[in-house]
Write a protein that binds this ligand. Structure first.
Ligand SMILES: [Zn+2]
Length: 139
């Protein structure tokens, strides 16, 4: 799935991030599942690691890119997809597996899915919910 299927020169010739997004949607259909603006405040480490990544790359956080598949960095059969990931990262996007997250039912920020939550080795001091704790309070 999503192995290199085109000439990387095609990707190199694209000028804007929108061009890359449009190209990806044709070259790798359904790889991009969606985008989100933010993570829930209940899981600050998710936002922290994103901000740290952006600091390292000297860019501003843009959006969360949700994908159906995340290639290994050293995957020699998916160099193009890794290059696409690089382009998005260098534009301030954090890339996460779509199936590991779901949106808060109230504010639409991202929460880990219940399955992922159950597997956390260090669990937050509250039960998993399908909305943020603050959102639940104000609802
Ligand atoms: Zn919320």
């Amino acid at each position: 799935m999503y192995k290199d299927n085109t000439d990387i020169q095609q990707l190199a010739s694209l000028k804007t991030l929108k061009d890359v997004k449009d190209w990806v949607e044709i070259a790798y259909p359904r790889w991009i599942v969606g985008t989100a603006k933010r993570f829930s405040d209940d899981y600050p480490h998710l936002t922290c690691s994103w901000v740290e990544m952006c600091k390292t790359l000297k860019v501003k956080p843009a959006e969360i890119l949700l994908v159906s598949y995340l290639p290994h960095k050293e995957d020699t059969e998916r160099k193009i997809l890794n290059a696409v990931c690089d382009i998005f990262s260098r534009s301030g996007f954090v890339i996460r597996r779509a199936h590991e997250f779901q949106q808060c039912t109230i504010c639409e920020s991202l929460l880990p899915s219940q399955q992922v939550w159950n597997k956390l080795t260090v669990k937050p001091p509250f039960e998993w919910k399908n909305c943020c704790r603050m959102c639940e309070k104000s609802a």
